[in-house]
Design a protein. Structure first.
Length: 212
């Protein structure tokens, strides 16, 4: 089962993925957690290129291709093998981030992005996508004040950009309501965790667990 996490910066995805992985582990599931961009040696190299504050000349198209290059690698190296081994994969951001950020944020053609994403992923799509819903300004403030968080090139995008991203996510959710679940994330960590557990527990493939 392939579960992805989406949402604005500072929505607490990283913490919630860790808590869910711990919970799934206690239930006896094999879990692999990973993140985009990154998650592989090549992906981490691409991540550095993307986040480098000196790379002010990077065009949205280059950005899109780099995100998808990292994605092709992580799908091949980490996600598909884990799914084939019957593990649950939790991924911090996936293709929806490209549609929301590069598509709605930068106004790049979404049909073209869709084709590029299919090329990068070989058509792999999440079984479930959790949207951690937090007011974008609140998220940005959280991110800026986060302990040990480095300010990076992508964080320099404007509030208007982040509003467009949020609108984009709303449209993506409306287009595929079966795949998405929205989780209110302006709440305490444990309350958000319990909401996520309730959603995931209802979707776990029971037969697959019995077969393990
Ligand atoms: P990161 O530091 O991982 O932020 P977060 O904790 O919010 O996930 O940086 C990832 C940034 O890259 C984030 O601003 C979202 C952006 N992004 C895209 O613009 N397109 C993409 O395809 C992906 C995967 C991420």
């Amino acid at each position: 089962m392939f579960i992805t996490f989406e949402g604005p910066e500072g929505s607490g995805k990283t913490t919630q993925i860790r808590l869910l992985a711990e919970w799934l582990g206690k239930q006896g599931w094999g879990v692999v957690t990973t993140r985009e961009p990154g998650g592989t040696r090549i992906g981490n190299g691409i991540r550095s290129l993307l986040l480098d504050v000196d790379h002010t000349e990077m065009t949205p198209r280059t950005e899109t291709l780099l995100f998808n290059a990292a994605r092709a690698q992580i799908v091949h190296e980490v996600i598909r093998p884990a799914l084939q081994a019957g593990q649950i994969v939790l991924c911090d951001r996936f293709a929806d981030s490209t549609l929301a950020y590069q598509g709605y944020g930068y106004g790049q053609d979404r049909a073209e992005l869709g084709r590029l994403i299919r090329y990068a992923t070989g058509g792999l799509t999440p079984d479930l996508t959790l949207y951690l819903d937090v007011h974008p300004e609140v998220g940005l403030v959280r991110k800026q004040s986060g302990a040990g968080q480095e300010w990076n090139r992508l964080d320099a995008r404007t509030v208007a950009f982040h509003r467009a991203v949020q609108t984009g996510y709303a449209e993506l959710i409306a287009a595929e309501p079966e795949r998405w679940r929205v989780v209110e994330s302006d709440l305490p960590e444990q309350a958000v965790h319990q909401a996520i557990v309730a959603v995931v527990a209802a979707r776990l493939p029971v037969e697959a667990k019995e077969r393990r």
